[in-house]
Design a protein around this ligand. Sequence first.
Ligand SMILES: [Zn+2]
Length: 346
Amino acid sequence: MTTVRPIAQDRLPALLRAMPKAELHMHIEGSLEPELIFALAQRNAVSLPYASVEELRRAYAFTNLQSFLDIYYAGASVLLKEQDFYDMAWAYLERAAADNVIHCEMFFDPQTHTARGVDVKVVIDGLHRACVDAKSKLGVSAALILCFLRHLSEQEAFETLEQALPYRDKFIGIGLDSSEVGHPPEKFAKVFARCRELGFHLVAHAGEEGPPAYVWSALDVLKVERIDHGVQSSKDAALMKRLAQDKIPLTVCPLSNLKLCVFPDLSNHNLGALLDAGLVATVNSDDPAYFGGYMNENFTQTFAATGLSAQQAWQLAANSFNGSFIDASAKKAYVDRLNATFETFA
Ligand SMILES: [Zn+2]
């Protein structure tokens, strides 16, 4: 571990913004800002159940995961053509670049679109084209992770996988998202085993609202390489030990946890405790258009509320690169860039 030289507390927010970082937990449909939802609705002649951008934004007062998901699916209904998916991803990638996110692995939910009659090819081609352009135009490396919706059946996940396989060179991994409680990871054991045989990287949401048992089964049944969220793991000492020993990255999303009432207040967030226990925790924005902030907002608000240090900032950013699915030489190059930024603040 690199020891960071002391940095004046008042310079910490600037350092958090300037440091290069990777984002490993961001649902591209959750980056749709109300303005873009309305613009796409007009372009595609889709009618929305909200009269204005302001009315839609006011509906973003969630009480739990389900109340958010209901609005999230309504927002996604404006996405019909390849260019729509490109425009959505591009808007996120520009914001990511502005936050010094230099690598991202973004989730997409094909079933949200195929259920509306949109071909999976349209979805993947649009998103992938934005990822390619991000490298050349923004200097951001970007990759896609296809997620199955866990409130649907395993059979439907198998069908989605079959539809997407012709485009498998355009996504690197498989994830599991949507309503967690009542839909444990083991519901998807067979389809994850198949994805593993096919050579995909595997991740799953677990331990956001669901119990530590879901994190255990994501690890032992689905055999995932990363846990998305995982904040409930701190309720299980044996699980904490396992996550630390096996260096399983947790993609923690503080503002999402706040907005969905997983923690009553950011100052109660357990990010610091996860780091102290030696876990490979990272900071991410989850659904940034809905949860009140992109990467740098997640970093600056969480650090302000919890009093985390510059050393922990370095650790979180280093974890984001080391927990990503890029190769070892790319990880090293990114951590070198991180160290260079910290040098300028010392
Ligand atoms: Zn998520």
